[in-house]
Design a protein around this ligand. Sequence first.
Ligand code: ACK
Length: 219
Amino acid sequence: GVYEKVSIPLFYGWFLFQDKIKCTAMDFLKTLDSLDAFKKHLADFPVETEKEVDLEQYFHSSWSLHCTTKFCAYGKAQGAKEYAEKTAVQESYGSVWELSLTALFVTPRTVGARVSLNEAQLALWPADADKEAEAAVPGAGALPPGSRAHISLGCAEKVEPVQTGLDLLDILVLQQAGQQGELVEEMELGSLVYFDKGRWLLTLREPVSVKTCFSSVYK
Ligand code: ACK
């Protein structure tokens, strides 16, 4: 009925109380785009200049920081109703969680943070979420549950935030296949690795813990 339609949100997720991680990521972008190694691979990015790109300008964001668990599309997405009715989801609604961020990644499309979920958090992760991505990212369905968990920090022009999780899966599929990437630099934050096609991964030396609230968005 009508009530059911409006009672399922656009999406569920963990919503950050602070956006400090975004400042960390912006600092990282500032460093990244000044590296010779980055400039060497600048052609990976669709920019006109051949010399440099300002990554802080290149990416935009207008949303409040969050880690999506289930995209429901007001009930239209597959499994949305089942997810909304899950005991774990209902019992956790409105509660506070610490998420562990273990990496930052940058591609010509998106910049994001990888979230490493613990077992309790995986109980809020929808079954098949990573498998659903298989069509967009071949191999994603074989990754461990929760692999897609991320915080979108910015998107290039005309790119939707849904791309951030797919870009993360794309990098994880490469790693799963044994590709280490090219170690570019040991930075203060962690080790910076380059995969081809403009994919950069900064594995954090110390995971960053962020406080969040498990909730949903209706707008
Ligand atoms: O950055 P995100 O995780 O990517 O947060 C937004 C949020 O839902 C609201 O748009 C994510 N999102 C959008 N479409 C999908 C989808 N088909 N599957 C999974 N997540 C999605 C988007």
